[in-house]
Design a protein around this ligand. Structure first.
Ligand SMILES: *[C@@H]1O[C@H](CO)[C@@H](O)[C@H](O)[C@H]1NC(C)=O
Ligand SMILES: *[C@@H]1O[C@H](CO)[C@@H](O)[C@H](O)[C@H]1NC(C)=O
Length: 333
């Protein structure tokens, strides 16, 4: 017994010490637990399942105030190659105050950095055209978050819209689906702002040494249909036209008897409705493809080619005139 007294005293002392220690520990533990809870309940779900935002109807024909820019920089398919994209802007001496930058669709998926690119784009003044990959990602986004599928703000095209056929949730490993799941609200809002077509105002028209109306589109235009009646799905997916009338599109240019759309378009020689100079991407297999009425700018960055921009500069001439110059600026991928 006698031996236990000092031990008890000792014990009491240490108990009172450990009591305050317990309070401190408890407080630290509480803060830690709250932090862990915050990460688990707020941050991680938001990272893995971002807050959904409803989709707006995709604009069919977009416009912008072309008078307020002295240069256009029209860029082919970036496909998530953010590093090359930054290099290209630098090489073209991009100045947001003077330059209008338009991405001609397929700027995300395939390459390594779709999300960092979208982070950048969402804060930038860079404008965009919707490509087939962006459209698929928006469809998957709607599927994943159980939202209404995207529609076009264009009544003629509502009929044929179907989500991608492999869009079932769960174990879908499609890279577009995996990206769609990660999109934060600012990413979706950016993609959702891209229109199908973009009117560019006057652009250089070499043959006559004058100008012609320009339009940006991801894949192409059907030569015998006015802009406002073009089917958006043709515009974002077509590569060739089918016989016998060459007024129906296919995305597969190896279809027997088909002709690339730009050949038929250029054969019209500017006859309306094919009077536009068309800037497009989507056809990496043909590379840089500059013709009188069609300017193909997908030079296959994602396949180790180049990332290319058509840079159009408007130089004021004496009097009221404007003189245009155009040049290709590109970087290796
Ligand atoms: C379609 O576009 C017009 C003109 O920009 C706009 O007023 C209208 O609200 C849009 N409709 C939808 C469904 O977004
Ligand atoms: C293509 O042209 C033919 C002959 O003019 C016409 O009968 C047909 O409806 C057209 N198809 C489309 C999709 O415009």
């Amino acid at each position: 017994m006698s031996e236990t007294v000092p031990l008890l005293g000792y014990g009491e002392k240490s108990t009172s010490l450990s009591r305050s220690a317990k309070i401190v520990l408890g407080a630290v533990g509480g803060v830690f637990a709250a932090a862990v809870l915050y990460v688990l309940v707020v941050l991680l779900p938001d990272y893995y399942i971002p807050q959904p935002v409803a989709l707006n109807a995709i604009e069919h024909i977009g416009q912008f105030d072309c008078k307020s820019y002295s240069r256009y920089i029209l860029i082919g398919d970036v496909h998530g190659h953010f590093r090359e994209f930054k290099k290209l802007l630098k090489k073209a001496e991009y100045n947001p105050k003077k330059d209008y930058v338009l991405l001609l669709g397929d700027f995300i998926t395939k390459g390594p950095d779709s999300l960092p690119l979208l982070d950048y784009l969402a804060k930038s003044d860079v404008d965009c055209i919707i490509g087939n990959h962006e459209f698929n990602v928006l469809q998957y986004y709607a599927t994943f978050h159980n939202l209404e599928q995207p529609v076009f703000n264009f009544s003629a095209s509502d009929a044929s819209l179907q989500p991608p056929c492999n869009s079932k949730g769960g174990f879908n490993q499609d890279p577009e689906y995996l990206l769609a799941k990660k999109l934060q609200p600012q990413h979706v809002k950016y993609i959702n702002k891209c229109s199908v077509l973009k009117l560019l105002g006057d652009v250089p028209f070499k043959r006559a040494g004058t100008t012609a109306p320009g339009v940006g589109v991801h894949a192409g235009l059907v030569w015998d249909v006015p802009l406002s009646a073009q089917d958006p799905l043709d515009n974002i997916e077509m590569r060739a036209l089918l016989p016998p009338f060459y007024n129906e599109t296919t995305s597969d240019p190896s279809t027997p008897g088909s002709k690339r759309w730009y050949k038929v378009y250029n054969e019209q020689n500017g006859k309306p409705p094919a009077e536009y100079v068309v800037y497009y991407g989507h056809d990496a297999s043909k590379g840089l493809n500059l013709r009188t009425f069609t300017k193909g700018l997908d030079s296959g960055c994602d396949k180790g080619g180049q990332l290319s921009a058509m840079v159009i500069t408007k130089n004021k001439k004496k009097g009221n005139g404007v003189e245009f110059t155009e040049e290709i600026v590109d970087v290796e991928c």
